[in-house]
Design a protein. Structure first.
Length: 144
């Protein structure tokens, strides 16, 4: 892996070609949210592992080779599906104490590029819808 590439323990999907990376403690619902978003039309990038690589002014999320196309469905097992790569637009940080209304968004520098981070409540019935809206309202668009 080169100096412009890192491996992160998180899950990630692409919504309309932009990556939403989902981070949180073990058992917090990363894979469940990824599965719910895939059910709504998102594409899998990585489950419990995401490779991030700087490409110009973007960070591109890619599936790690050793787990590419694999998603864990709790109580079911590991399923296989196509995986894609896409520019990183938003990080959702799963935490039960996420504020109801974010006043400011944290920015995290990854490989020299600031990415918005939104504290995100896990586990409710409309979580996938909320994640899609989070990307629209708070995510960044890739640079050409």
């Amino acid at each position: 892996m080169s100096s412009d590439t890192i491996l992160i323990q998180a899950s990630a999907v692409a919504i309309e070609g932009i990556t939403v990376m989902i981070e949180g403690a073990p058992g917090s619902g990363k894979s469940s949210l990824a599965l719910a978003l895939i059910d709504r039309g998102a594409d899998l990038i990585g489950d419990d592992g995401v490779q991030l690589q700087r490409a110009g002014q973007n960070i591109v999320a890619k599936p790690p080779p050793n787990i590419e196309g694999k998603l864990e469905i709790r109580n079911i097992g590991i399923v296989e599906m196509p995986a894609v790569s896409a520019p990183l637009g938003l990080i959702l940080s799963l935490t039960p104490d996420a504020p109801r209304f974010p006043e400011t968004l944290e920015q995290r520098a990854i490989l020299g590029i600031n990415i918005p981070v939104l504290a995100f409540s896990p586990g409710d019935a409309v979580q996938a819808l909320r994640a899609e809206w989070a990307l629209k309202m708070h995510g960044i668009q890739p640079h050409d």
